[in-house]
Design a protein around this ligand. Structure first.
Ligand code: PLP
Length: 399
């Protein structure tokens, strides 16, 4: 019942609504060379998108930046989409149309329009990203082609010979990418029990650039104290410390922004596999990244533009459509998961689900999430029994 197709692999190396969200500009800004919270030794080359820098430096777009705050409960905010800035359809379409175009014609040889090429920017994607920034309480949100695409662009912030700290019960695809980075890019990856902030402290040093968290973990549904880890990272690598520039990153796929918004309690970057809850219909691959800090968002934008993993217009439309029903689906799935977890627990299986009061981190999870989500796991005590359960289900596929 673990989410996703990637088989769970063990690491191979050592062991509620309140936010004021300023929305990002619609087109890529110039690269800002340094920001106090940004990894100091990471430089992005200039964006090749011709429209980007010139437009941003003309004051018109800056003046059109909108500040959008969540005004309603999350369930309402998921479906409530105001036209934002100049990302509005000229016909006032109630659903943002799919701008299925690779290029945008320019008016004159020297004045450039807001969009020029869909790798760099597309109105359907901008609309989605602005909506996501609001939901994720992010300063800037970006949509890419898969959840792993998110981790790819985020880990490109780590220069060679620097370090990443990750959990010891992590998504299989994450493990695969981290292993690739350590074997090909000379990046050291420490796997520790991230549910214990002191274990993170024990390997944090001036070379650490990312602390990568998942909460709850998949498949063991262990809960990470994101606030506690962020505090430790600030103590060791904060302003004025040697390792300044270490970012706390949370893979929020297991919860979605509807239930948990880590940027509100200490994370610098959050990402979700949009393939899962956000899309909700098994028909789309996508990934979404939210940044607390605009300068980090600019760097990630620049990497997306340089590498070409931005979410295409049709997929952006589908993801937007999925997000509008997120709360309704999540409420029901969560209700079902709790019933199933309770029943399995009463049958004496060992059930991992943060919604059960018997879960060791039930209180911690509730302190930063508005629900337990809809993923649970359980152990039966024997491989034979597990096979009988998995093969005996009629409604669930093995995937
Ligand atoms: C599925 C998943 C991913 C990867 O997302 P894709 O869209 O499949 O690339 C990352 N983390 C978690 C927790 C996932 O479940």
């Amino acid at each position: 019942m673990a989410a996703g197709n990637d088989s769970h692999q063990k690491p191979t190396s050592s062991h509620p609504d309140s936010s004021s969200t300023t929305l990002p500009p619609l087109t890529p800004p110039t690269i800002q060379s340094s920001h106090p919270d940004a990894p100091s030794d990471f430089q992005t080359p200039p964006s090749p998108a011709p429209s980007a820098t010139s437009l941003f430096s003309s004051t018109s777009l800056l003046m059109q930046q909108q500040t959008q705050k969540k005004k309603y409960k999350m369930a309402t905010e998921c479906v409530y989409v105001e036209p934002i800035g100049n990302v509005r359809d000229p016909y006032n379409a109630a659903s943002m149309p799919i701008y299925q175009t690779a290029t945008f014609k320019q008016h004159t040889a020297t004045s450039e329009g807001e969009y020029d090429y869909s790798r760099s920017g597309n109105p359907t994607r901008s609309h989605l990203e602005l909506h996501l920034a609001k939901l994720m309480s992010a300063q800037r949100a970006l949509a890419v082609s898969s959840g792993m695409g998110c981790l790819d662009i985020i880990t490109r912030l780590v220069p060679t010979s620097h370090e990443i700290i990750a959990g010891d019960d992590i998504y299989g695809g994450t493990q695969r990418l981290l292993t690739f980075l350590s074997t090909h890019n000379n990046i050291k990856v420490h796997h520790v029990d991230t549910t214990n902030p002191e274990a993170v402290r024990s390997v944090l040093n001036e070379k650490t650039r990312l602390v990568l968290l998942e909460t709850p973990t998949n498949p063991l549904l262990r809960v990470v104290d994101v606030r506690g880890v962020a505090r430790v990272v600030r103590e060791v690598c904060g302003e004025g410390k040697a390792g300044k520039g270490c970012l706390v990153v949370v893979d929020n796929t297991m919860m979605s922004p509807y239930l948990q918004r880590p940027l509100e309690f200490g994370a610098d970057i959050v990402y979700d596999s949009g393939t899962k809850y956000l899309s909700g219909h098994h028909d789309l691959m996508a990934g979404v990244v939210g940044c607390k800090d605009e300068a980090v968002g600019d760097k990630l934008y620049s990497i997306i533009n340089a590498t070409g993993c931005a979410l295409p217009p049709f997929d952006s439309f589908l993801l937007m459509r999925g997000i509008k029903t997120l709360s309704v689906r999540m409420d029901r799935q969560q209700q079902n998961a709790l019933l199933i977890a309770t029943r399995l627990h009463s049958l004496s299986f060992r059930v991992n689900y943060p919604g059960l009061p018997s879960h060791p981190s039930h209180a911690l999870h509730s302190s930063h999430s508005s629900g337990p989500g809809a993923v649970l796991s359980f152990t039966t005590g024997s491989v034979e029994k597990s096979e009988r359960v998995v093969e005996g289900t009629r409604l669930w596929g093995i995937s």
